[in-house]
Design a protein around this ligand. Structure first.
Ligand code: MLT
Length: 270
């Protein structure tokens, strides 16, 4: 079921499954140029949980953020939890959604029962990556959104997956083209300006899951290993043959890992 609420005058769209008796929701945050529907392939195996999928500010049905950055995303999560009356959650973020989840972990650690970084990491952008993002902003500002989006998605998957599943990649490109330019630009600015979160992981008050892909060109496996030693309790999975999009490339494995992690976190709070 889809809902929307206003936080600081801005619309936040989210969908929540009806599982009132599962105490701690699993909140899922999508990555760059996507919206909450990317989690559809894993939801069937998570049906026993209360899942909440949020459209981050600037994407899907949510309004534009007041200011670009991960703080607006963190506050969107907070507003949805408040609306649901959920004291804490297990928060899973894919890639840019993981950067947003880390901002939430720093701002509201007491509201986390678990943190899952799906193809994500705590490190700041390198100068080269910042430069690439600035070039992306210029491209978008010169009206080339369709080209920008078409170039973005194929590189997120393992090459074999792209060859064997062109329709999946095309559907994401079509969906990406529907995202507002202003939202994409704000997200790029937000990623350029985001801070390093290694300390956030060192002080995380809950277990942290790292789910990476062996063939991920955006968050290489070494980055998972470099960050996995930071929290007190880490659950680390590296999926063979998978790129940056495990929810499409290995949906069942991804769902089962998230489900086991949720149970582990829930038990830690009993
Ligand atoms: C994403 O998938 O959210 C982005 O690729 C993350 C990034 O560019 O750092």
């Amino acid at each position: 079921m889809k809902y929307s609420l206003l936080a600081n005058g801005h619309r936040i769209a989210y969908s929540a499954s009806a599982r009132p008796n599962s105490t701690i929701p699993l909140v899922l945050l999508h990555g760059f140029c996507e919206d909450s529907t990317i989690w559809a392939p894993v939801l069937p195996r998570l049906r026993k949980l209360r899942t909440v999928c949020i459209d981050l500010p600037g994407f899907g049905g949510s309004g534009q953020p007041l200011a670009p950055g991960m703080e607006a995303c963190s506050e969107a999560v907070c507003a949805v939890l408040n609306e649901l009356g959920a004291e804490r959650c297990v928060l899973a973020g894919h890639s840019m959604g993981g950067y947003a989840a880390l901002a939430f972990a720093r701002n509201h650690p007491e509201r986390l029962a678990g943190l899952a970084l799906v193809h994500s990491h705590p490190f700041e952008d390198s100068p080269e990556r910042k430069e690439n993002r600035r070039r992306g902003i210029e491209m978008l500002q010169s009206g080339k959104k369709d080209l920008y989006v078409a170039q973005l998605f194929p590189g997120l998957f393992a090459p074999d997956f792209v060859r064997e599943n062109p329709a999946v990649v095309e559907a994401l490109i079509r969906q990406g083209r529907k995202q507002p330019e202003a939202g994409i630009i704000a997200a790029l600015e937000g990623m350029i300006n985001r801070v390093d979160h290694q300390d956030t992981l060192k002080t995380a008050p809950c277990p942290v899951l790292f789910l990476g892909g062996e063939l991920d060109a955006i968050v290489p496996p070494e980055w998972n290993l470099k960050s996995a030693h930071l929290p007190d309790i880490a659950d680390v999975h590296l999926l063979a043959g998978v790129g940056h999009m495990a929810m499409f490339e290995a949906p069942e494995q991804t769902a089962d890992i998230l489900l086991r992690f949720w149970h582990f976190c829930e038990n830690s709070f009993k």
